[in-house]
Design a protein around this ligand. Sequence first.
Ligand code: ADP
Length: 456
Amino acid sequence: MADPTSVLIELRHVSHEYAAGSGQERTLVLDDINLTVSENDVIALLGPSGCGKSTLIRIMAGLVTPTRGEVFWRGEPLCGVSPGVAMVFQNFALFPWLTVRQNVLLSVGHLPPEEQQARLEKALATVGLGAYEHSHPRELSGGMKQRVGIARALIAEPAVLCMDEPFSALDVLTAETLRNEIGRLIADSNHPLRTMVMVTHSVVEAVFFATRIVVLAAHPGCVEAVLPVALPYPRDTEAPEFRAIVANLHARLTRSHLPDVAGDPSKVVTKVDEKRRHIAPVSLPYVTPGEVLGLLSLLGENDRDVFELAERLGKEFVAVVSVLKAAELLGLVETPGQDVRMTALGRVLTGATTPDQRRLIREQLLKLKIFELLTRLIRVQENQVLAEEDLLHELQIALPHEKPRPLFRTLLSWGRYAELISYDQRKRSIKLYEGRRRAAAIAAPVPSDNKGGANP
Ligand code: ADP
């Protein structure tokens, strides 16, 4: 139990809604979050895309005011931007017309000039940018820009450093270097940085930094689990204890984030799953046909562990889970427990010619409610041509918790691959692929049997 005097941030029954589209409708993105951040906590917010991690960290920093619930800073209700929190953003958020020096000094303009100078030198030295004080952001690489972002946060000497996916816009090597440097700062007892909250979608990153990992579930975003990590700093990602925690977390996330197969006793259906099932119509994860086909060819005849697949694909676990979800919705793989296994249909597909692959995928897509909606919307148009804007609007209504643009792009990539729809970029409109109007018309009713994967 945290010493109450050391509690910095406290969220009590925090919920947040965003306006959905142009109407009065609102989407609940965070539901009843209770969380405290105490001194020396390093908290990783981990969860699928869209579960509200960025919104949550912004609420902690006072950049977003929740629509319900209370936020406290050192026991006092927080009003506006938090006085003790500094934020590092994924896309750096630097002013391009200001130099490194000017960007970094932004948050300490109220201090005397000598104090500003002393802090500036210290912050730039910490991130290794001493020689770039007078450069502009355009002269810097992505990694250097993020160093500026970190220096700008550190110069304020915040009680809590909040970072929203700080490494995800960087290439792998740069991300790893920066990650290790921040890791060293936390491990350095002489450095004042003790308390941190970070958003990540990387399990390894969460275990590398966190004293507590807050696992969030989506639709609406809520806390699924809070997992303490007791490893001492600095942490070695290759150490057996580290790998054991990562594997454990992977197993847990696999259980809760992969869709359940009816009657599969090895799947744990959590309360959150139940809640989500009632609220959300099933969409298609934002992955491309190429990603699913790539996964199938890697899978081959062998059953594989999700964790092992992620390593072999060189992808983040959460990203692989999305590809698996899409493959499972299409009936191409099964995921009993933590294993991944090709279905009979998956095997047929991998051995088929490209036209047959397109046909098989087309048949599977037409079983999904989201494609049923899409083809129906096209058919009811006067010229059987659906404007992109109209589809985006319909998607927003049918699936209010989804991001309409990425969902639209996903539907387009699958529909075009399967020769089900075609897209006119100039007119920004969609119609049924020539010769498929009949197929779609025939396939409109969704088959009731569940063979080969179908959408609930
Ligand atoms: P995450 O960081 O987990 O990906 P976000 O907090 O960015 O999640 O977003 C959660 C949900 O809220 C998403 O569906 C997103 O589309 C929506 N959302 C985020 N910001 C806004 C906004 N300013 N207005 C409307 N909806 C938003």
